[in-house]
Design a protein around this ligand. Sequence first.
Ligand SMILES: [Zn+2]
Length: 123
Amino acid sequence: MRRGRRPKWMIDIANERMNILFSMAKKEFSVNPDRSHRYVSLARKISKKYNTKIPTKWRRSYCKKCYKFLDPSKNSSIRLKQGKIHIKCNQCNEIMKIPYINEQKEKRRAKIEYYSIKKRNNE
Ligand SMILES: [Zn+2]
């Protein structure tokens, strides 16, 4: 297969598969954590093969170092520090730092949009 960008339909299929794998990983975690870790590695393989990113929704649910599935209530802990989300993987003790500002910006944007729609409706 040729390297580089993939057609949109292929990316859509890849995204769908990754979503399925991650939701299965989430479901399986309490019963069979090893299976969840395997689903994560399968999802990563898809992302590499099709040159697509792991869906934003799931980007925080696996460890960037040991690639294990992370469940905030079980094998990871989440703290807010200096405007950043610190996600600690209890498997390898890696702390991932995710800036919090994007979320704040998004929230702000959503709020502005909400009010401008409301205003428009009132006019
Ligand atoms: Zn880890």
